[in-house]
Write a protein that binds this ligand. Structure first.
Ligand SMILES: [Zn+2]
Length: 310
């Protein structure tokens, strides 16, 4: 456990795939600690969460920034071990239930990706992978809903959609508990998925603009080092997407191309199934933004979706 400024503590858990770790934060309060995010629900919860039992005061509440497995997955275990209240964005929990609470999510996702050009072979691999991961997504059921402007132990709740539709952050005295809204070394993924809001990149760019206006002096992210200049970092990410939108537009022509074909143009051929899934969802988020900017047209033949340039 690391001590950060303002008495905030950081608890870091290793992750088995992709990004090697996730950070959870402990915020001090008059009645006890607020834990932000819960890691993945891997076996060995008691050992993993032992540092919580050694705190000088009880964990009174658990706040979830968004429903992705590495943030929400350890919720049930954390709640059982602390008996704390769990709070999660109202919209985020609805999506959490739609995705992890329904048995056919991996099927719906695979069908959707195939409709956007993903080869059937890669889709089958994704269906298999989803089953392996599912047992570690143990979110706490029926959390108390949080909305924009709510206050939790003196921290203000901000809805900053983009990386996830219902992503929330906490802000107090210029410190932003950022979840994956703002990361230092890597760019948060923004993807279009079934049942998600129609223009996640548009949402994200608006959230970044809001972050720049808010001008926090420090952001504590879910992965990587604290972001010492959140405004500069938000500006860099806006610029990153501006360039990627131009690359995406350049990958389109008169002939219709699927999201999959565009993802190959943007990210290359050599991706494993899981990386391809993120690449395709990311390409689709950029394509849908281009459609709204009048720079691309969505079409298709009823079973396959495709895009043309304008
Ligand atoms: Zn994350």
């Amino acid at each position: 456990m690391d001590e950060l400024s303002g008495g905030i503590r950081r608890l870091t858990f290793p992750l088995p795939l992709g990004i090697p770790h996730v950070h959870c934060y402990l915020l001090p309060g008059e009645d006890g600690w607020t834990l932000v995010d819960t890691g993945l629900g891997l076996p060995g919860a008691e050992e993993r969460l032992a540092p919580l039992a050694e705190l000088d005061a009880p964990v009174k509440r658990i706040v979830v920034t968004h429903f992705h497995p590495d943030h929400v997955g350890g919720g049930e275990d954390a709640q059982a071990l602390t008996a704390a209240r769990v709070l999660q964005g109202a919209h985020d929990y609805e999506q959490c239930e739609r995705v992890w609470g329904t048995p056919d999510w991996s099927e719906r996702l695979a069908d959707y990706l195939v409709a956007n050009g993903l080869p059937e072979e890669t889709a089958s691999e994704l269906r298999r992978e989803a089953g392996t991961f599912r047992p570690f997504i143990r979110y706490a059921p029926d959390p108390e809903p949080l909305r924009e402007g709510d206050e939790v132990a003196g921290w203000r709740v901000l809805e900053l959609p983009g990386h996830a539709d219902g992503h929330i952050c906490l802000e107090r005295d210029g410190i932003l508990i950022a979840g994956d809204h703002l990361l230092g070394a890597i760019t948060p993924t923004v993807g279009l998925y079934p049942d998600s809001r129609p223009d996640p990149l548009g949402d994200y760019l608006a959230s970044l603009k809001r972050t720049i206006e808010l001008a926090p002096r420090l952001a504590l992210p879910g992965h990587g080092d604290p972001v010492e200049d959140p405004v500069k970092r938000a500006q860099e990410i806006v610029e990153h997407h501006r360039l990627r939108l131009d690359e995406t537009a350049a990958a389109l022509g008169q002939e219709p191309r699927t999201g999959y074909e565009v993802s190959v143009a943007l990210f290359g051929e050599e991706l494993d199934a899981s990386e391809r899934r993120f690449a395709l969802a990311e390409a689709l988020a950029h394509l849908e933004r281009l459609v709204r900017e009048g720079r691309a047209r969505r079409g298709g033949d009823g079973s396959t979706v495709s895009y043309t340039g304008m």
